[in-house]
Write a protein that binds this ligand. Structure first.
Ligand code: NAP
Length: 257
């Protein structure tokens, strides 16, 4: 079997780093390259910068170089709001984004750059991890740092769908740092889980499960040209059937926003 070259952006992020580790467990199947901004952080997480391209997603020439020879792209970059200062008693915390790190710059222009250059490089399939909540312009996350984060993320999703490149858009519920492979995952569409949460289920999913979904989306043809919301049933739910057949899970979903 010939190896598939995969570029993972946001590979020093909390989910992106798990995706990279998982792909590297299958060296006969994938040659996985990470894309990250900071040498120190890459070394801290992976021991060395081997198998990494150091760059910002705003830097088109480095991105272009990173995508050269790749077959697949995983987009796991995201703007990250930071608390300005600990709130005073009785006050709500205020958030801001670092310079160059506004959602419009990272989640829209930065993702658009990746999609455009991937298309130019002949990438066959792009897997993008996004967030639930994008159908509601008044979602509280949009207020953080006046960033409209979910609006820009949704715009990038739409752009990917229109790009003509095969896509899988995974819109995760609230991410938690719990072990993966222990839950039943459930897929939906258009924020119905937020509007009508299934009884007894909070709308969360472990980062490890999202990372596994990314890896399986690269493998399973049923994941192509699908966009879906995903949450998980609680661990140890007696009625849950731990998700193992990812092809069948992707089959339950549809394409388009
Ligand atoms: P994360 O840890 O915040 O990682 C974001 C990554 O993006 C980091 O690796 C960061 O780089 C990278 N990045 C940001 N700006 C960049 C730039 N200009 N150039 C290059 N890289 C850049 O991500 P996460 O919490 O695992 O979330 C993964 C995805 O799930 C995100 O799209 C997020 O919005 C979505 N999601 C999150 C939640 C939640 O509850 N947090 C819920 C639903 C969906 P550095 O490592 O250098 O900082």
């Amino acid at each position: 079997m010939s190896k598939t070259n995969v570029l993972v952006t946001g590979a020093t992020g909390r989910t992106g780093s798990i995706v990279l580790q998982k792909l590297r467990q299958f060296p006969d199947e994938f040659a996985a390259i990470g894309y990250g901004r900071f040498e120190d952080k890459i070394k801290e997480l992976f021991g060395s910068t081997e198998g990494f391209i150091i760059g910002n997603i705003a830097d088109q020439s480095t991105l272009k170089m990173a995508l050269k020879g790749c077959n697949l792209l995983v987009i796991l970059t995201s703007s990250v709001p930071k608390m300005k200062a600990p709130p005073k008693e009785g006050e709500r915390p205020e958030f801001e984004f670092e310079p160059g790190g506004m959602p419009e710059e990272v989640d829209w222009i930065g993702q658009k750059n990746q999609i455009d250059l991937a298309k130019e490089a002949g990438i066959k399939h792009i897997v993008l991890v996004g967030s639930m909540g994008g159908t509601n312009p008044n979602h509280p996350l949009n207020k953080l740092g006046n960033g409209n984060v979910l609006i820009w993320k949704r715009k990038a999703e739409e752009y990917l769908i229109q790009s003509g490149v095969d896509y899988t858009i995974i819109r995760a519920g609230g991410l938690i740092n719990e072990p993966g492979g222990k839950r039943e995952l459930i897929v939906g569409k258009n924020d119905t889980f937020l509007e009508n949460p299934p009884k007894g289920i909070s709308t969360v999913i472990p980062r490890e499960d999202v990372a596994e979904l990314v890896v399986q989306a690269l493998r399973e043809t049923t994941a192509k040209n699908k966009a879906f919301d995903v949450i998980s049933k609680p661990e140890n739910d007696p009625e849950a059937v731990i998700t193992q057949d990812f092809s069948a899970l992707f089959d339950q979903t549809t394409g388009g926003l």
